[in-house]
Design a protein around this ligand. Structure first.
Ligand SMILES: *Cc1c(COP(=O)(O)O)cnc(C)c1O
Length: 413
């Protein structure tokens, strides 16, 4: 491959083939995502190559999805083997990979007896199922957080606060109340206002899409308390924070609380689409019962095999330990970069707070220099790379951030 150049060796000049492909893209696909940054053709570990042979260090990991990096051999083999054995069966039938995955999720989350899993295909779908569970409490008010993100279907969007993505689809589902992040008084007041109708509270332990913003321990404890008091469901959306991303299997384990319901997706399949809902305790089996919910693809053996391979590799390669260690390395070094005001998050879910609203310019310069990073808000860069990222790989980005990256932020401030 001609593309094994070091990062920084290419820019706008070497992008011929990709330009042609992007024209075809814009004539064939809906414009929902804006113009793609590049056309990618292959990946290996934390590296990807574009259609013009340029190489990039992938610090976005498909938005916290490629937990094992790209083309992890054990994951590839598991998928190939399952595809050649039994890829799909419909939920009229049970399969071993599906059963094993559900058992593993219960084990890893230390779920008490009675706990149950529902398998689906995405984060939105997992939250949609969780939303339906709140209705099965016989009540209907749900408290969600400002800055929270739960997905784009009408139910999940109804629990998502961002006005720009809600407004075009109004009216959304009623009886979702938003309170500011970390405002315990507002949370308690909203619970009191909901009275007997409080069905659930949904939140991300670390808000991802709004810029990697961890909730305080006190706020999570308050959410646990008000939901217990009012017999409502505490739903933790761990679609982004779950599956070792934070250096713990699930972020709520860092907070020492147990939700009633946890939703998962992004990293679970290591790049294969799959989502899951874990409902904890004796109540779990009665929240969604026969005929209440379903999905054709959910938990099919191919997706379940990909997820099992992902969980196996995380365990075998101690990727919890790696996420913690490399995350700490990045955090310490980034805090020293001038133009960086704070580093938020846990493990390999990091938000770099910038001194100026320069994240878009920084992300653009980074990709031209061979680093894929993400600007979720004007003053934040998000890093959610493969959990296999090495210190040496992280160092190539740190060197760029300390030099050209830092200058871009300082010039904008
Ligand atoms: C990405 C995300 C979702 C939506 O997941 P999709 O798979 O895109 O439907 C929901 N919640 C959180 C916290 C997410 O990060």
């Amino acid at each position: 491959m001609s593309g094994d150049a070091t990062p920084g060796a290419h820019g706008e000049a070497g992008l011929e083939r990709g330009r042609v492909d992007l024209q075809r893209y814009s004539h064939a696909l809906m414009g929902t995502y804006g113009e793609p940054m590049r056309v990618l053709v292959r990946g290996e570990g934390s590296w990807v190559w574009d259609a013009d042979g340029n190489r990039y260090l992938d610090l976005l990991g498909g938005i916290a999805v490629n937990a094992l990096g790209h083309a992890h051999p054990a994951w590839v083999a598991a998928i190939a083997q399952q595809a050649a054995t039994l890829a799909h069966a419909s939920n009229f039938f049970a399969t071993e990979p599906q059963i094993r995955l559900a058992e593993r999720l219960l084990e890893l989350s230390h779920a008490p007896s009675g706990s149950r899993v529902f398998l689906c295909n995405s984060g939105t779908e997992a939250n949609e199922a969780a939303f339906k569970m709140t209705r099965r409490t016989g009540k209907s008010t749900v408290i969600a957080l400002e800055g929270g993100f739960h997905g784009r279907s009408m139910g999940a969007l109804s629990m998502t606060s961002k006005e720009a993505i809600r407004a075009p689809f109004a009216p959304l589902l009623e009886r979702v109340v938003f309170v500011p992040r970390d405002d315990e008084d507002a949370l308690r007041a909203a619970a009191v206002a909901a009275g007997d109708d409080l069905a659930g509270v949904i939140l991300e332990p670390i808000q991802g899409e709004s810029g990697v913003r961890p909730l305080s321990h006190a706020f999570l404890a308050a959410a646990r308390e008000v939901t217990l008091q009012r017999d409502a469901l505490l739903i933790l959306d761990e679609v982004q924070t779950g599956v070792a991303r934070t250096g713990a299997w699930f972020a709520h384990q860092l907070y020492g609380i147990r939700p009633d319901v946890m939703t998962l997706a992004k990293g679970l399949g290591g790049g294969f689409p799959i989502g899951a809902v874990v409902a904890f305790g004796e109540r779990a089996g009665s929240l969604l019962t026969k005929g209440d919910h379903g999905t054709t693809f959910g938990g099919n053996p191919l997706a379940a095999a990909a997820a099992n391979a992902t969980l196996d590799a995380i365990e075998a390669e101690d990727l919890l330990g790696n996420a913690k260690a490399v995350g700490e390395h990045l955090r310490t070094a980034l805090a020293e970069v001038s133009g960086v005001v704070e580093v938020r998050g846990e493990g390999l879910m990091l938000g770099i707070g910038l001194a100026a609203p320069a994240s878009a310019a920084l992300a653009k310069a980074a990709v031209d220099a061979g680093f894929i990073i993400n600007p979720p808000s004007p003053d934040t860069i998000r890093l959610v790379p493969a959990l296999t990222l090495s210190v040496a790989e992280a160092d190539t980005f740190l060197a760029w951030m300390a030099g050209p990256g830092s200058r871009i932020v300082l010039e904008a401030s």
